[in-house]
Structures are given as structure tokens and as C-alpha cells.
Design a protein around this ligand. Structure first.
Ligand code: ADP
Ligand code: ZN
Length: 435
């Protein structure tokens, strides 16, 4: 039988969710307008006042906030409560530039941990589980978020943090971890290391994993599930909206349920800012409804995805977001063609390679170049040079079919591409160096 962490909320009829969101939005806009001068100015400039917001139907009247606003107001310009009411600070990973920070009251932390607890329960977690947190701790939100959620569910929590893979595996085996949480790239690395140590997927006690913080493909999911002998669940979030747990996958594994009692999600056209109807692909925008210290109205995530209100067999009524394809700024434009690194990952894994690759883009004589470095599998190492050239050509052809542009593929020896313990860095765009 399906288990929920907060059944009444997670299965609330859609109409009720919308009523709840409307009521919370009115209050939240007032809170922000009164306490955050920066946002008040934006609203004044747009000619919208808190009294104009009567419910979610008025959401579109509000101005957007983006990462550059957060960088501009760094560190405390978005604070909506006295700093003395805050109990914690986290920071983004800085994947796309200067880090931004977020501050939390105890109430903010509580609700965030509830969201993570919902994700853990949806992945089959109960108080009988041993949950290994292999996300980084520190200022990153992954470790602390899942840690708090794990406590709420009552799991036996192993606060491992990321890295030190030998020790991860030792404790995983000795303490019989049943759930592991980390980035998908780190999960793949742990799977690879287990195999090297002679373990078979059925030797560990893991039943599920909760992976997120970076884009990963369905092919990658399949690989991780096979390597660890588990069911792999996706979890999504960003520091700006608290951290992981904004959305989580249920056993259906068809998109992640967004915790709509705390967040309103919109999809917009990234060029025009126009709100798109459900089912269309665009940029994900979040409005936080309950956050006290660092509330964000219409925050542009730059993550590209699709929402669906289709009924889910798990009984949860929250809207679902598809796996984000990556951020709009992860998208590479190569010789005029839009390329997401995840498309290349799909091809590599479908062709039987491991998810160890690096994409290099450069510009030579005014033409963009695309080089894809992929590790040979250990059993391919003995192949002749001729054989390897053939494999490179085959892989290049498969990528060309997917992207419409031809890359130069380089098969490199096993273990020559750095493994990731946190968010994997797969793309080197050297064109930026010349600009
Ligand atoms: P940074 O923006 O510096 O990476 P965060 O650690 O807050 O800082 O990361 C949030 C971002 O991570 C999201 O905006 C999104 O791009 C990515 N992300 C998080 N979870 C997922 C997921 N499940 N799938 C794809 N991307 C994700
Ligand atoms: Zn579901």
C-alpha cells in the first residue's frame, strides 16, 4: 500500500491545493512587499501592489526574480525577517558563477525537512531503514536537507557526506544501508567501485536511492539501478527554494511531484517571460509560499522542463515536473544547433559505454568544434588501434544522428576521466576563453 509522509496534504484535491495556494500567496506577497525593499521597488516599478494580488490568478502580475538579483543583493538584501530570527545559512554550489546564499528560520528548516521526508517516504523509506546521506554537507543543501528529512521519517541516519568512497562502501556493507542519497554521478561512481571490489549488485542491502542536484538521463537511471540493485528515485530542488525536496519522484517514476502546498510552479517562455500552458516546455519558475526568511516570488530557475497535471497512480495530487533537461545556460549552441549535454549522455549509455565522459567545445577558424572524450570499458582496452578507430566512428555517427552535428569522438583509457563525488562537471566550453 502506498505510504505518505503527510497524506492529507499530499493527496489533497487539486481545487483545495489551489485555494490553499491563493490564500498563502496573498499573505506572502504582503510579507515580501513590507520587508524586502529590493522586491518592493521591483513591484512599484511594475505598478503592482499587494492589494492587487487576490489569488494565484494574479500571480502573473508580479515581477520575476533571477539569480542576478540575488547576486546583486548578496548577502542580506533579500532578508525578510530580522537576521536574529535566522538559524542557518546555505549556499548554492556555484555551478554557474558566483554563489548565492539563502537564510532560514527554524520554521523554514522544518518545512524543508518535511519536503525531504515526503521524498524519502515516497522512495519506500520507513523508520526501519538505514539511510546513508552521501550528498555533501557544508554549505551545500543536499546533505543537510536529506539528513533532516531522514530524521523526520525516523530512519537510522548515516551522515557520511560525499567522498571517501572506500569508507562509504565499508559502512554501506557493515551497517547494511537500505537507502542511499547522493548525486547520480556519485551513485554511478559508487556502483563502479563496488564492482571493482568484487561485489555483485545483490551483495548490498540497498533497496532504493534518492538522487538529484544535477541533470541525469533515464539511461543513467537504468545503469545505476542495475549497478546497485536498487530502484533509483529523482529529487529536485535548489538552494534558492530551500534545497532538495521541492519535487520528488514516487514509484511511478514519471516525473516529480512538486510540493505545491509550499511552492507554486509556472512554466514560462524564457525569451518573452510569457506563461505557457501546462504541457509546454519552458523555464521553470517558483514562488515560495511559506518561506519566512528568504521568500522568493516568481524565481526564474533557468531549468528547462514540462509540467503535467495528469493523475498519478500513487494517489498524490501534486503536479509533476518532467526531468529537467538541464539549465538554459547548460545548453550549448554549437554551429547554430542547440545541444544539451544530456543528449550526448543518452547516446553514450545506449551504446554501452559508462557515464564517464567530457565534452569540449572550442572555436577554430571561426568554426565551432565539438570533441567528446569517452572512456573505453576495461574489456575494450585490448582492442587494436583499428578496432578503436572503428568504435570512435560508430559512436560519432550515433551522436550525429541525435544532435544533427558531427562530433570528434575520442575513446580514452579507463579511469582517465575524473570521477565526481558531487555535481559532475562534464562540459568545458573553451570558446568562453576567447571571448
Ligand atoms: P547551483 O545552481 O550553483 O548548482 P544548487 O546546488 O542550488 O546550486 O543547485 C540547484 C540546481 O541543480 C537546479 O537549479 C538544477 O539546475 C539542478 N538540479 C537539482 N536537482 C536536479 C534534478 N533532479 N535534475 C536535474 N537538475 C537538478
Ligand atoms: Zn505519483
Amino acid at each position: 500500500m502506498e505510504q505518505y509522509f503527510q497524506k492529507d496534504i499530499e493527496t489533497m484535491p487539486v481545487e483545495k491545493i489551489k485555494e490553499l495556494q491563493s490564500a498563502k500567496l496573498v499573505k506572502q506577497v504582503k510579507h515580501v512587499y513590507e520587508n524586502v525593499p529590493y522586491y518592493r521597488e521591483l513591484m512599484d516599478k511594475k505598478g503592482v501592489r499587494p492589494e492587487d494580488i487576490h489569488g494565484i490568478e494574479d500571480l502573473h502580475k508580479l515581477p520575476f526574480i533571477s539569480k542576478s538579483d540575488l547576486r546583486e543583493t548578496y548577502p542580506y538584501g533579500m532578508l525578510a525577517v530580522p537576521l536574529s530570527d535566522c538559524v542557518r545559512i546555505h549556499s548554492t554550489s556555484g555551478t554557474t558563477g558566483k554563489r548565492v546564499i539563502a537564510y532560514y528560520t527554524q520554521h523554514d528548516i522544518d518545512l524543508w525537512e518535511d519536503c525531504c521526508a515526503r521524498a524519502i517516504v515516497a522512495a519506500g523509506g520507513t523508520k526501519e531503514d538505514v539511510l546513508q546521506v552521501a550528498y555533501g554537507y557544508g554549505l551545500f543543501t543536499g546533505g543537510a536537507g536529506l539528513h533532516g528529512g531522514s530524521h523526520k521519517v525516523g530512519c537510522l541516519t548515516l551522515p557520511m557526506s560525499s567522498g571517501n568512497t572506500e569508507r562509504q562502501i565499508q559502512f554501506m556493507m557493515d551497517l547494511k544501508s537500505t537507502i542511499i542519497c547522493c548525486t547520480p554521478s556519485y551513485a554511478a561512481y559508487i556502483g563502479e567501485t563496488l564492482k571493482e571490489q568484487g561485489y555483485k549488485p545483490e551483495d548490498n542491502s540497498l533497496k532504493s536511492g534518492i538522487f538529484g542536484a544535477e541533470p541525469w538521463t533515464e539511461e543513467m537511471r537504468r545503469d545505476i539501478e542495475k549497478a546497485l540493485g536498487i530502484k533509483a528515485y529523482d529529487i529536485y530542488g535548489l538552494t534558492e527554494t530551500s534545497g532538495p525536496g521541492v519535487a520528488f519522484e514516487c514509484k511511478e517514476q514519471k516525473g516529480m511531484h512538486i510540493n505545491e502546498d509550499h511552492f507554486i510552479a509556472e512554466i514560462i517562455d524564457p525569451e518573452t517571460g510569457e506563461v505557457l500552458p501546462e504541457g509546454e516546455k519552458g523555464e521553470l519558475v517558483f514562488t515560495s509560499l511559506d518561506k519566512e526568511a528568504f521568500p522568493l516570488l516568481r524565481y526564474r530557475t533557468r531549468d528547462i522542463c514540462v509540467l503535467s497535471r495528469e493523475k498519478c497512480s500513487c494517489g498524490r495530487t501534486f503536479i509533476r515536473m518532467a526531468k529537467p533537461m538541464g539549465r538554459s545556460d547548460d545548453m550549448l549552441i554549437i554551429r547554430g544547433v542547440n545541444v544539451f549535454p544530456s543528449q550526448i549522455e543518452t547516446v553514450l549509455l545506449n551504446e554501452g559505454y559508462a557515464p564517464n565522459y567530457r565534452i569540449e567545445v572550442d572555436r577554430v577558424n571561426n568554426t565551432d568544434t565539438l570533441d567528446v572524450y569517452v572512456e573505453l570499458l576495461p574489456e575494450q582496452l585490448s582492442d587494436t588501434t583499428e578496432g578503436i578507430v572503428k568504435m570512435e566512428k560508430a559512436l560519432s555517427a550515433a551522436i550525429t544522428t541525435m544532435l544533427g552535428i558531427r562530433p570528434a569522438v575520442h575513446l580514452v583509457p579507463p579511469k582517465t576521466i575524473v570521477r565526481s563525488e558531487g555535481k559532475a562537471v562534464r562540459v568545458v566550453d573553451k570558446r568562453k576563453l576567447h571571448d
